[in-house]
Design a protein around this ligand. Structure first.
Ligand SMILES: NC(=O)c1ccc[n+]([C@@H]2O[C@H](COP(=O)([O-])OP(=O)(O)OC[C@H]3O[C@@H](n4cnc5c(N)ncnc54)[C@H](O)[C@@H]3O)[C@@H](O)[C@H]2O)c1
Length: 434
C-alpha cells in the first residue's frame, strides 16, 4: 500500500484524488490535501472523505512541511500553479518522498536547475504525468515509427490548434502571465515537445522562435463592439454581448471550485481575455534542430476555429500523416477534457513508391482521448501492468527535456536569434528512450 498527499486542489487534482480513493483503493491511501486556498481545502477534504469513507487531513500550504512530518507519505502529488511546482518537488524529495508532478515540471532554467540538483542529491523518483503519450492513437504513431515503417525520420511539420473556447481559457487565469506559467510554449507545448522527443527518441539542440499576441487584445474586443469591458466577466457591464464570456455562476462545478472560493485568495477565474495585463503569446512559430539532426517546424495557435493537431513525419522510406480533432471543453465544468473525435482522427502511412495505407485507429475511452485512464493504471498500479515497450512513463529527464524547448523559445523571442540549449543549461541527462 502506497500513501499519498496532494498539493494544489484545483480542477486537475480531482483526477488523481479520485483515482487513489476509488479505483486504486486496494493499493493506495490518500493521507492529506494541501492548498493556499482554505475554501478549496475544505471542499476537497469533504469530497474525499465522503468518497473514501476514511479520514483525510487538510493542510494550508504554509504547513506543507508540517504535513510531510505528521502524515509521512510515500509520495507527494504536485498539481499547483506551474511556477510553484519547484518548491514542492524539492521539499518533498528532501523529506524522503517520491514525487508525481503535473506538467510542466517547472517554468524556467533556475527552477529546473534546482529540481535536477535536488533529485541528484536525494535520488528520489520524479514522475511527470505526460498523459498525452498514453493516448492510443499517439501510441499507434509511436508503434509505426518504432516498426521502421518510414525509415529514418528527417523532418517533421507539427501544428497544434487551440480553439477560441479552450484557447481563450488560458487568457483568463494565471496562465496568462509568463511568471506563473512560462507562457504557452512551456505550459501547453511541454506536452507537444515531449511527444516529439518520445516519438523520435532524441532531444532538441537549437531553437529559433517567433511569437505574438495577435488575437487576445483590446483591438479584437473593439471588433466585437466591446468598448466598455470590465476586469472580469462576473461583473463586466458588457458580459451579455461578449461571445467570450465565462459565466461562472452558470456552471455548478466552476462556481464551487472558483467563484465560491475567491474570497480566500482573490484569484479570479474569469478575467477578461482582451486585457492588457496579459503577457503570453497566442501565435507562435518555431524552427527546431534535434541532436539526431531531425528538423521540426512547429506552430501553436490559440484562436483557431477547431481544436486538435496535424503532424507529418518525413522519413527515408515514406511519410506518416496524423491528424486529430478534439472536443472543446472548459476545465472543471464536468465535461471530458480533450476527448478525441474518433471520426476526425486519421493516420495515413505513405510508403515511398507504394500505395498509401489508412491505419485503423487505436481507440480508448476517457479523458484526453483515452490517455488519462491508461496513465492512472501505470501510476497507481504499476506492478499489475504489462511491460510497456513504448516506455510511456516519464521521469525528471523527460520532464526537463520537454520544457527546455519552450524555455529556449522564450529566450529566442527575447534575443531575436536562435538559441542553443547548451547556452542555457548543460549536462542534462538524456531520457531513457530504450
Ligand atoms: N496533464 C494535463 O492534461 C493537465 C490538465 C490540466 C492541468 N494540468 C496541470 O495541473 C496543474 C494544476 O492546474 P489546474 O487546471 O488544476 O489549475 P487550477 O488553477 O484549477 O488549480 C491550481 C491550484 O493550485 C493552488 N495553488 C496556487 N498556488 C499555490 C501554492 N503556492 N501552493 C499551494 N497551492 C497553490 C490554487 O489555489 C489552486 O487550487 C498545472 O500545473 C497544470 O499545468 C495538466
Amino acid at each position: 500500500m502506497r500513501s499519498y498527499v496532494i498539493v494544489g486542489l484545483g480542477g486537475r487534482h480531482e483526477l488523481f484524488r479520485d483515482a487513489i480513493i476509488s479505483e486504486f483503493r486496494n493499493n493506495c491511501r490518500l493521507l492529506a490535501l494541501c492548498d493556499i486556498n482554505q475554501g478549496r481545502i475544505d471542499k476537497s477534504v469533504k469530497e474525499a472523505e465522503e468518497k473514501a469513507g476514511y479520514t483525510v487531513k487538510g493542510y494550508h500550504a504554509y504547513d506543507f512541511n508540517l504535513m510531510l512530518k505528521e502524515v509521512n507519505p510515500d509520495s507527494v502529488i504536485v498539481t499547483t500553479m506551474d511556477s510553484t511546482h519547484d518548491g514542492y518537488i524539492i521539499r518533498a524529495m528532501e523529506s524522503g518522498c517520491d514525487v508525481i508532478t503535473e506538467k510542466p515540471m517547472t517554468i524556467d532554467v533556475q527552477k529546473l536547475t534546482n529540481i535536477l540538483g535536488a533529485q541528484k542529491k536525494s535520488k528520489k523518483k520524479i514522475t511527470v504525468t505526460f498523459n498525452y503519450r498514453y493516448s492510443p492513437p499517439r501510441t499507434q504513431v509511436k508503434e509505426l515509427i518504432m516498426s521502421g515503417a518510414i525509415g529514418d525520420i528527417i523532418s517533421i511539420d507539427f501544428s497544434w490548434l487551440l480553439d477560441t473556447y479552450h484557447g481563450a481559457d488560458y487568457f483568463r487565469r494565471w496562465h496568462r502571465n509568463k511568471r506563473s506559467s512560462g507562457g504557452l510554449l512551456v505550459h501547453k507545448a511541454t506536452h507537444h515537445f515531449d511527444l516529439v522527443n518520445w516519438w523520435i527518441e532524441s532531444v532538441p539542440s537549437v531553437i529559433y522562435a517567433k511569437g505574438t499576441r495577435s488575437f487576445y487584445r483590446a483591438e479584437t474586443a473593439l471588433r466585437y463592439r466591446l468598448s466598455n469591458r470590465g476586469e472580469r466577466c462576473h461583473t463586466c457591464p458588457e458580459a451579455l454581448k461578449c461571445p467570450f464570456r465565462l459565466n461562472l455562476s452558470n456552471s455548478p462545478s466552476l462556481k464551487a471550485l472558483y467563484l465560491d472560493q475567491e474570497n480566500y485568495d482573490g484569484h479570479f477565474r474569469d478575467r477578461c481575455v482582451f486585457s492588457d495585463q496579459i503577457d503570453i503569446e497566442d501565435s507562435m512559430n518555431l524552427s527546431i534542430e534535434y541532436q539526431n539532426r531531425v528538423r521540426l517546424n512547429y506552430s501553436l495557435n490559440a484562436f483557431s476555429p477547431w481544436e486538435g493537431y496535424i503532424i507529418n513525419f518525413n522519413g527515408t522510406n515514406g511519410r506518416i500523416e496524423h491528424r486529430m480533432e478534439e472536443t472543446v471543453y472548459i476545465n472543471a465544468d464536468g465535461t471530458i477534457p480533450g476527448a478525441m473525435k474518433m471520426d476526425k482522427t486519421r493516420t495515413t502511412l505513405y510508403p515511398i513508391r507504394e500505395e498509401p495505407r489508412e491505419m485503423e485507429i487505436w481507440e480508448g475511452e476517457g479523458g484526453h482521448g483515452g490517455a488519462d485512464p491508461h496513465m492512472l493504471k501505470y501510476l497507481f498500479d504499476p506492478e499489475n501492468q504489462p511491460f510497456d515497450k513504448y516506455r510511456r512513463a516519464s521521469d525528471h529527464r523527460s520532464g526537463a527535456w520537454s520544457i527546455i524547448t519552450g524555455i529556449s523559445a522564450n529566450r529566442s523571442m527575447e534575443l531575436n536569434r536562435p538559441v542553443r540549449v547548451d547556452e542555457l543549461i548543460s549536462d542534462m541527462e538524456l531520457p531513457d528512450f530504450k
